[in-house]
Design a protein around this ligand. Structure first.
Ligand code: CAA
Length: 285
């Protein structure tokens, strides 16, 4: 299959990552089917897309007509069978191996054997996800960054059985969405989260151990190293539950140097998950 044979893209999961991926694929001209398990999640996904497209129009990155055309290319559904004609599907459901394997097994039954099946997993094994299907050479990782419409990079992850053609299509597809790619082997956390998660956890420990106030930890890192967000603000942006989940997977696979910070676990237990719940290391309106 060549890139120009990919017309329709499926996205499974309409949450933060899924709706962002649906939006950038539609903006690049693909017809998109965005699926979630309940209509209210699909509707929330469309609201996020509308908001993001409005912001891009306000910044003159898209014209109103381009934004409206992109929006018009996305269909929402709760029925996985509606992805039957998709040439490429990106799965962006919860970071749970059983759930992901079950989605992949359903996709293998629904989609054409030639369809590329990508997972947006941030830390789970591509090879293990792919073991749920009879065509693991068509499976790869396409790890988008949050917020998807703004971030320029996509990590292309190579599973044990990922085929050369699938890999080439993964790069070409991401580049067609105006993203730049890099390749990572299927090892825990790939490139980004393997390095980002210990950085965030060390920021949390430094705060918890009284090295500096929250804002000074973040100011130190932004002013001192020119990153756009310090570790605590970035953790709130990603979602503390997502950070804890990724940290626990890395800890399990790579040992004690990846142990999640105690305060991260305490905040997640308290339901303070960052921006999305209105409180994390900072308060949000
Ligand atoms: N859609 C469209 N536009 C958006 C947007 C979205 N979803 N999110 C932000 N923007 C726009 C804003 O509207 C704003 O535009 P204006 O300047 O015209 O108002 C612009 O981007 C800048 O946003 P803000 O002023 O709100 O704040 P900012 O300057 O701090 O930029 C940011 C926001 C782009 C998120 C920037 O802070 C940043 O790059 N932060 C780091 C993000 C990052 O590292 N992401 C990767 C996380 S790791 C990951 O995703 C992997 C994983 O598996 C966990």
């Amino acid at each position: 299959m060549e890139l120009d044979e990919i017309d329709t893209v499926g996205v499974v999961g309409a949450g933060t990552m899924g709706n962002g991926i649906a939006q950038v694929a539609a903006t690049a001209g693909y017809d998109v089917v965005m699926r979630d398990v309940e209509q209210r999640f699909v509707s929330a996904g469309f609201e996020a897309i509308d908001d993001s497209l409005d912001r891009l129009v306000a910044r003159d990155e898209l014209t109103r007509e381009e934004a409206d055309r992109a929006r018009g290319r996305i269909d929402g559904t709760t029925d996985l069978d509606d992805l039957a004609d998709c040439d490429l599907v990106v799965e962006a459901v919860t970071e749970d191996m059983d759930v992901k394997q079950s989605v992949f097994s359903d996709l293998a039954e629904t989609c054409d054997p030639e369809a590329v099946l990508a997972t947006n997993t941030s830390t789970l094994s591509i090879t293990t996800i792919a073991s749920a299907v009879d065509r693991s050479e068509r499976v790869l990782g396409l790890h988008f960054m949050n917020p998807v419409p703004v971030m320029k990079g996509v990590e292309v992850v190579v599973g044990e059985k990922t085929g050369e053609e699938t890999l080439a299509l993964g790069h070409a597809f991401a580049e067609d969405l105006e993203k730049e790619t890099w390749e990572a082997d299927d090892k825990p956390g790939f490139v980004v989260n393997r390095i980002l998660m210990p950085w965030i956890n060390e920021g949390i420990r430094a705060y918890d151990e009284g090295v500096a106030e929250e804002a000074d930890i973040d100011r130190g890192m932004t002013l001192g190293t020119n990153v756009p967000m310090g570790p605590l603000e970035l953790a709130d942006h990603i979602g503390l539950d997502v950070v804890l989940d990724a940290s626990e997977t890395l800890h399990e696979e790579l040992g004690d140097r990846y142990q999640p910070a105690y305060l991260l676990k305490r905040k997640v237990a308290a339901g303070d998950l960052g921006k999305k719940t209105g409180a994390g290391f900072y308060e949000y309106d």
